[in-house]
Design a protein around this ligand. Structure first.
Ligand SMILES: C[S@@+](CC[C@H](N)C(=O)[O-])C[C@H]1O[C@@H](n2cnc3c(N)ncnc32)[C@H](O)[C@@H]1O
Length: 290
């Protein structure tokens, strides 16, 4: 077992940080405290008797985590792992580490980072209880990664960069730490127009998370997302979550969503529903010439 979870502090700031302005620093601090208080996964515990951090706990919530809940994520991990066997992959925003774990199981050398010390702690516990070896697990900020240029063969990030505090800066950091020819597999940007964008802006109540929503979750058009990858060569894009999903919130708006909007929207034929997909994913390559 050589997994090393450096939970304590953010790493030494490097030159990249110098350009983070005060407003961004404050945004990042609020993002960190939100995710420390709401680690993704805890909301899926349906049996309070299951002790947090144990093998039973990680098995209990597993069906709700992305690769198991959304088969296309597992297929993407399988396809990318076949390319990356024996090579290095950085996961940014690893949360409890389910995506990283599936890469490790397929022979990829994984470094997993997250802004939230609590997420890093969970990820370390998770790998320990299942006996998975990461290269490293550590606290790090997507906007100022502590790795040298050209460190990794691939970067994976799912549901993170649009919520990181500065999406363009995070994508630029992915570019910097990738080796020439390296792959960026960045899933689940929030897309507009989309059914979720419409719901977020119909009235003030949110419906997505079970209590408070994250402080930052930017929505972008597909053109805006692709423009942020201007240094890369985009090889594939996908529209995902084109069916309206179950939501955790209670209240009037969530009630209308559950019993009116969702059943009606989900009757739309797939080609039409895809026009309002809520997530957008991008696979892009750093040109070999740099
Ligand atoms: C929606 S959760 C996704 C977690 C994981 N990728 C998954 O799919 O289970 C977002 C994660 O991104 C992390 N995050 C947010 N901003 C970040 C940043 N600037 N740098 C690194 N991680 C960040 C959060 O701490 C949180 O764990």
């Amino acid at each position: 077992m050589n997994t090393r979870a450096a939970v304590a502090e953010l790493p030494e700031r490097n030159d990249q940080d110098d350009s983070l302005c005060q407003a961004t620093e404050e945004r990042v601090a609020s993002i960190r405290s939100y995710w420390d208080a709401h680690p993704l996964g805890l909301q899926y515990v349906s049996d309070p008797e299951v002790p947090v951090g144990t093998p039973e706990f990680f098995a209990h919530i597993q069906p709700w985590m992305n690769p198991y809940k959304f088969p296309w994520i597992m297929e993407r991990i399988e396809a990318e792992s076949a390319r990356l066997k024996g090579k290095s992959l950085l996961e940014i925003g690893c949360g409890m580490g389910y995506d990283s774990l599936e890469f490790i199981r397929r022979g990829v050398r994984v470094t997993a980072v997250d802004l939230s010390p609590r997420a890093v702690e969970f990820c370390g516990q998770h790998f320990q209880v299942v006996g998975a070896d990461a290269e490293e697990i550590r606290v790090d900020n997507a906007l100022s990664l502590s790795f040298p240029d050209e460190s990794f063969d691939a970067v994976w990030s799912n549901g993170v960069l649009h919520a990181s505090g500065d999406t363009q800066k995070a994508i630029d950091e992915v570019f910097r730490v990738l080796k020439p020819g390296g792959r960026a597999i960045i899933s689940h940007f929030y897309r507009k127009p989309s059914w979720m964008y419409l719901l977020k802006h119909a009235g003030r109540a949110n419906i997505e998370y079970d209590d408070e929503d994250p402080p930052v979750n930017e929505f972008y058009t597909e053109a805006e997302i692709e423009a942020m990858f201007h240094k890369f060569q985009i090889v594939e894009t996908y529209r995902e979550h084109y069916r309206a999903l179950p939501v955790a919130r209670s209240g009037f708006k969530a009630f209308l969503y559950r019993f009116l909007f969702r059943p009606a929207y989900n009757l739309l034929p797939v080609p039409l529903a895809k026009r309002f997909a809520y997530k957008y994913s991008v696979v892009a390559v750093k040109p070999a010439t740099g």
